[in-house]
Design a protein around this ligand. Structure first.
Ligand code: CAA
Length: 258
């Protein structure tokens, strides 16, 4: 794998997204590598729990790779969202082993969506969490509108999504968006401690527990499809062109609101 590091110790797989110079942004290649790796780890009887984290000092994952999708049209935007959800985000949520996000810095856009598709989240004190997509003229497209609403309720979800704002780890703890906050030095130890406790339990029972808890949310899954369509529609707007151009040109966007 080019963009992912893997270490397995005592039944715990530590998966590190490794594009630190791009703040571990999720490009096509990384999504495909991670998708294949999840299949392997789900089938590996020696692996009992996963920890996902980001390489470098700054970021867990700073989102989907904006440079890769800035020129996409409506159909390509729709496919980006639909394929990403199927290939990676739904697959992660549907794993039969618990996945812990160790959030070691920015978890923005697709990065926060990746953490939210994990089953448990631990953040360190430098973490910043947000769904800033509307600042680019687009919306969260990797399940963020649905999973954030489930985790924190509609009011807080709409505030985070509509302001494009970031919150720090302590605020995320208050919101219930993360389970624990640690110092940067203690982050992996805390995630490993949780994974170790999991690895001592019945793997068969845990797989059933994950299945049963997920079922609590499966009655109304239509929101994911609505998100895919709305995400795609954004790619046909002048605001999307302005928002993504402004990011790449390192300037503030000047939206026409069309
Ligand atoms: N996509 C592509 N490249 C990214 C990126 C992203 N999401 N986030 C950061 N990078 C790149 C930067 O372009 C820069 O690359 P170059 O050195 O080649 O120019 C490098 O990573 C370092 O980033 P910065 O220089 O910007 O670092 P900073 O410390 O000044 O700022 C930051 C950090 C606030 C996180 C800023 O990088 C940022 O705002 N990133 C974008 C965050 C974002 O909008 N995420 C949502 C993406 S859209 C999405 O995820 C859609 C979806 O739901 C499917």
């Amino acid at each position: 794998m080019k963009n992912i590091l893997l270490e397995i110790n005592n039944g715990i797989a530590v998966v590190t997204l490794n594009r630190p110079d791009q703040l571990n942004a999720l490009n096509r290649e990384t999504i495909s590598e991670l998708s294949g790796l999840l299949d392997e780890l789900n089938n590996n009887k020696n692996v009992r729990a996963l920890i996902l984290t980001g390489a470098g000092e700054k970021a867990f994952v700073a989102g989907a790779d904006i440079k890769e999708f800035a020129h996409f049209n409506i159909e390509e935007g729709r496919a980006l969202s639909a394929d990403g959800q199927t290939e990676l985000f739904d697959k992660l949520e549907n794993m039969s082993k618990p996945c812990i996000a160790a959030i070691n810095g920015y978890a923005l856009g697709g990065g926060l969506e990746l953490a939210m598709a994990c089953h448990i989240r631990v953040a360190n004190t430098i973490a910043k969490l947000g769904l800033p997509e509307v600042s680019l003229g687009v919306i969260p497209g990797y399940g963020g509108t649905q999973r954030l609403t489930r985790l924190v309720g509609m009011g807080k979800a709409l505030e985070m999504i509509c302001t494009a704002g970031m919150i720090d780890a302590d605020e995320a703890l208050k919101w219930g968006l993360v389970n624990h906050v640690t110092t940067p030095e203690e982050l992996m130890a805390k995630a490993t401690d949780i994974a170790t406790k999991i690895s001592r339990q019945s793997g068969a029972a845990i797989a059933q527990a994950l299945h049963a808890v997920r079922a609590a949310y499966q009655a109304n899954n239509g929101g994911f499809t609505a998100e895919i369509e709305a995400f795609g529609a954004c790619f046909g707007t002048p605001d999307f062109i302005e928002g993504t151009s402004a990011f790449m040109e390192r300037r503030k966007p000047d939206f026409s609101n069309k």
